[in-house]
Design a binder for this molecule. Structure first.
Ligand code: NCD
Length: 337
């Protein structure tokens, strides 16, 4: 795809070469994210960071990524205080806001809303999650993490076994990630969920049509066996009609150290898009795995900054200038990343 000026709305817009290009640019951002070098390449540019649904890491990491490239960030974080609550259409909002910013990141509770917004926007728009539909930047950072984690064990993405666990019906991260991984060859998916919360049929069919293997099961212990990566998700309570309905499924599938050790092969990478639901009745990923070397959840969040820097640099066409304009920082001492 042609990145400069492009909207990033869905993983379907990427070919394998595009994903590899994003990952190469993300790799090149490491010294900046580590604060060893700095750039002001986006000096004077403004990001409109618009989140009409709760978010911590996605919003902050997009903002942080833009700041690390030298740009400024303006935020809207609440539907109630925005004119959307007065009945303003996405078209009008997009026309107005795109006049104030050079690029927009948007999260919205309705599937398809960010694409609709992008149609009226005069600047690039990045989808940071549209309802249960898609979350492309999360899928990119997840795949980037998988590549690094498997790579350090001498394995590649093609041929990998991945289990996705939890609310696969409403989870936009697993929708985007499974669609994105299928750009590689011969992936073996195990979808572990309650029947009522299974992966949408059209995604399963698409994966199978493209030559991948998909097993669907409600048996977590069986499903955990033989995977290179586990990708856990929380029950997406906000997509249910009531908390009571979500409670039926909460806590059904939990991973802790004992279960991990018993069923998973020793190098299995443990991932979660976060937030994990750490309330006692949910706890899909137990704190007793916090020190486990294969727990990649905080490496995922760190990688999110790199991947989002790459998306900005590509979309605003400054990849080369980033490095030309770079200088050493003088306060840097040491950071672990
Ligand atoms: C996810 C999301 O918002 O879809 N969080 C995130 O962006 N890292 C997952 C979730 O909320 O469960």
């Amino acid at each position: 795809m042609h990145f400069p000026g492009a909207h990033i709305l869905s993983v379907n817009q990427f070919e394998l070469a595009d994903v590899e290009r994003i990952f190469d640019v993300a790799d090149s951002m490491v010294p900046f994210a580590h604060r060893e070098r700095m750039t002001k390449v986006l000096d004077g540019a403004i990001l409109g960071n618009m989140f009409f649904e709760p978010s911590t890491r996605t919003r902050l990491s997009f903002g942080c990524a833009f700041n690390l490239l030298g740009g400024e960030v303006r935020e809207t974080t609440d539907v109630k205080t925005s004119s959307i609550s007065k009945g303003e259409s996405l078209y009008d909002t997009a026309r107005v806001i795109s006049g104030y910013n050079d690029i927009i990141v948007m999260r919205h509770p309705q599937g398809g809303s960010v694409a609709e917004f992008a149609k009226a926007s005069r600047v690039p728009v990045i989808n940071a999650g549209d309802g249960p539909n898609e979350h492309p930047s999360q899928a990119l950072l997840d795949l980037y993490t998988i590549r690094k984690e498997l790579g350090s064990a001498g394995k590649s993405i093609s041929g990998m076994h991945i289990a996705m666990v939890g609310d696969l019906k409403h989870g936009r991260t697993v929708h985007s990630l499974s669609r994105l991984i299928q750009l590689y060859d011969n992936i073996h998916f195990t979808m572990i969920s309650p029947k009522e919360l299974c992966m949408p049929e059209e995604i399963v069919e698409e994966l199978r049509r493209n030559g991948h293997t998909v097993i669907e099961t409600e048996d977590m212990e069986q499903g955990l066996v033989g995977n290179d990566t586990l990708y856990l998700t929380r029950i997406q309570e906000e997509r249910f009609n009531s908390k009571m309905e979500a409670d039926i499924y909460r806590g059904r599938f939990r991973l802790n150290e004992a279960i991990y050790t018993r069923y998973c092969q020793p190098k299995t990478v443990i991932m979660h898009p976060l937030p994990r639901d750490s309330r006692a009745d949910a706890n899909e990923l137990d704190n007793d795995l916090n020190q486990h070397p294969n727990l990649a959840i905080f490496r995922q969040t760190d990688n999110g900054v790199l991947v989002r820097m790459a998306l900005f640099a590509l979309s605003l066409d400054v990849c080369e200038q980033v490095h030309k304009s770079a200088r050493e920082v003088n306060w840097y001492t040491e950071r672990r990343f």
